[in-house]
Design a protein around this ligand. Sequence first.
Ligand code: GLY
Length: 394
Amino acid sequence: MPAKGVHNLASAPRTHHDVAVIGGGVVGLSVAWAALRRGLSVLLLDRGDPEASASFVAAGMLAPTSEVAHGEESLLALGLASSRLYDAWCKELAESSGLDPGLRRCGSLMIARDRDEAEALERELAYRERLGLVAWRLRPSEARRLEPALAPTLRLALEIPDDHAIDPRALTAALAAAVCAAGGEIRHGAEVAALLHTDQRVEGVALRSGDRIGAERVVVAAGAWAAQIPGLPEHARVPVRPVKGQILRLRDPSGAGLVERVLRLADGYLVPRGDGRYVLGATVEERGWDRDPTAGGVFELLRAAREALPGVDEWIVEEVAAGLRPGTPDNSPLLGAGELEGLYWATGHYRGGVLLAPITGEALAAALTGEAPPPEALPFTPGRFTRAREEVGV
Ligand code: GLY
């Protein structure tokens, strides 16, 4: 008879791996690829609902400088470290997978449409200068020389030359191919029924199909669903919640070239893919598991974009979607070992999963093999929440 809370099954698991990764988005895939490159055997479990994955909806900004927020300097350091890995990571990814991961070194502009936004942007510039980040003030005429389609009413812009973008769907496909090329196994349609564990440690994962997977270590990279995995012992559970984001995918029927750089508005962003396709995002909504796009959300996104870029009016709407970001109490990621031997977390990336994918792979591969993690990952141990809960006795 198993002890209380212990999800162990009578017969031995049919397969055994060094690592089982739960989650087939860019974070799970990058952890799997990094672990394989350390010589570990890896099975990745993808529940087979790609449209639910935040990676599927994500615009793919690689924008630590644009996105830095007051009080989040450790997250900035993590983002900058991941951004520095990106070029070499994509090059190896392209070589291993034979696919283009869709990186565009296009730079970004932060845009102010009126006097209030211009004052706020001046403060943002001063903050970035204090942090030693590269950001340049542009007069409206200078900004319009770089991006002639910007509205003539533009008040101010900042050029952020080191913030770029990648196509998360192309990246996902390249990562999946690289995982397979490195000898990893990806099981699609594999929904987890329970984490298998004793009182002491993780033993694997049971699937809804009835299959049981033996694994020395289990990495939970299931995004907003990470804390919902059945069978997690209560003391090891982490606080992850869904944060809804609505986006539009648009296409300029005249083709590429109207906008080259990522445009960041006070309340949204526009990411060009370089071929006439654009992603316009995103709302940030605390609405539980709701994933329905709404008229109000779409209206606000389009209104903001049109004020900055009147040419948007002519674009074709190809897709309207909503995704769920994994938020944590400090909206920063959970990277590394959990409170049960053999359990690891790679989730809680909130608005930064695509940017943080390479460093998350490195941090988790280090944790799985006992190497020192990248120093920038140290503040993001999952224990910061489980320990806090113990201290207040919940
Ligand atoms: N990374 C942008 C967003 O979550 O909307």
